[in-house]
Design a protein around this ligand. Structure first.
Ligand SMILES: [Zn+2]
Length: 288
C-alpha cells in the first residue's frame, strides 16, 4: 500500500489532480525576478543575477531558463498548434517492481501516436531508458518523436514534492547528465536539451544548480489528469477543454499508472484536428 501511495503521489505531481493549479502559478512566480523578493532579501545576490526573465535559450552560467507558460505567452500562440508531451516515469528504486512484471512503459501508446501520425515529445527518465533500451532507441530514432530529459532518478529537485525523495543540490546536474548518458547508451538519436522537473517541482536553488546542464526546463499549461484515470473520455474532455493555440499538454507514457492514456489519445487527436490544430514537438513549439 505504501508503495502504491508513493507512486500515486509521484504521478499526481507530474500532472495529476494536485498539480492542476500549481503548474500555471508556480512557474511564473519562479521565473520572474520581480516575483522573488524574499529570495533576494534572504541572502547575498547571485554573482550574475538575471536582468530579465529567463529566455528560452539554454545558457551557460546563469539560471536554468524555464518555459513557464500560459498558452498566451507561447511563441506559437497565433497558430493552431499544440504540443503533446508524455512523461516516461520510472523512479530509481522501482527496478524490483519492474522485475516483478509491472510495466512502466506503454508501447501501445507509442504505436497509436505513430499510426495517427502525431508528432510528440517524450520526457524520459534515465531509469526508464535503462529498463526499456529498445523502446528508447526506437522512440529516439523516429523523426516523429524527440526525447527530452525527465531526470535519471525521478527524485525531486525541490522539496517538498509529493513525497518524492530529494536529489541533493550538488548532484542535480549529474542526475540530468546521467539521464542523457542513458539515452546515448540506449542508442537514442533525437535527444533535445529540454528538461521537466519530476513533479514539476523547482525553486531558485534548483534553477541555479542546473545552469551548467544547459537545459531549458519545460512545464505545461494543460494538465490531462491521466494519472490513475479510469475514464478515457474524462481525460480527453479535460484536454479538449484546456487546449488553446500554442498549448503544451502533459500526459504519461507509463502504462501501469496511466492506463487509459492511449484510449484518450484516440479521441483527442481527431477532435483537435477537426478544430484545425496541428501537433508539434516541444522544440518546434519553442522556435519563434
Ligand atoms: Zn514524472
Amino acid at each position: 500500500m505504501a508503495a502504491l501511495g508513493l507512486l500515486g503521489a509521484v504521478l499526481v505531481g507530474c500532472g495529476g489532480q494536485a498539480g492542476e493549479t500549481a503548474p500555471s502559478k508556480e512557474p511564473a512566480a519562479a521565473a520572474s525576478p520581480s516575483a522573488r523578493p524574499s529570495a533576494a532579501a534572504a541572502g547575498p545576490k547571485p554573482a550574475r543575477a538575471p536582468a530579465a526573465p529567463p529566455t528560452m535559450a539554454p545558457g551557460p552560467g546563469g539560471l536554468t531558463p524555464v518555459y513557464a507558460r500560459r498558452a498566451a505567452d507561447s511563441p506559437k500562440s497565433a497558430e493552431k498548434v499544440v504540443a503533446l508531451t508524455f512523461d516516461a516515469d520510472m523512479t530509481a528504486d522501482q527496478g524490483p517492481r519492474a522485475a516483478r512484471g509491472e510495466r512502466f512503459d506503454n508501447p501501445q501508446l507509442i504505436a497509436t501516436l505513430r499510426r495517427l501520425q502525431v508528432d510528440a515529445t517524450v520526457f524520459m527518465t534515465g531509469r526508464w531508458a535503462e529498463e526499456y533500451p529498445d523502446q528508447a532507441r526506437s522512440i529516439g530514432g523516429d523523426p516523429r518523436f524527440e526525447i527530452a530529459n525527465h531526470s535519471y532518478s525521478h527524485y525531486a529537485f525541490a522539496s517538498p514534492c509529493y513525497g518524492l525523495p530529494t536529489v541533493p543540490g550538488p548532484d542535480m546536474t549529474a542526475d540530468v547528465q546521467r539521464a542523457f548518458d542513458a539515452f546515448r547508451d540506449a542508442g537514442a538519436v533525437n535527444v533535445v536539451p529540454y528538461f521537466r522537473f519530476p513533479g514539476g517541482c523547482y525553486d531558485d536553488a534548483a534553477l541555479r544548480a542546473l545552469g551548467p546542464a544547459g537545459v531549458t526546463a519545460v512545464q505545461w499549461d494543460v494538465v490531462s489528469g491521466d494519472a490513475f484515470a479510469k475514464d478515457p473520455d474524462a481525460v480527453a474532455e479535460q484536454v479538449l477543454d484546456g487546449v488553446k493555440p500554442g498549448s503544451l499538454v502533459v500526459m504519461h507514457c507509463t502504462r501501469s499508472a496511466a492506463p487509459v492514456t492511449e484510449q484518450a489519445i484516440r479521441r483527442i487527436v481527431p477532435e483537435l484536428r477537426a478544430r484545425g490544430y496541428r501537433f508539434v514537438k516541444v522544440s518546434e513549439l519553442m522556435s519563434s
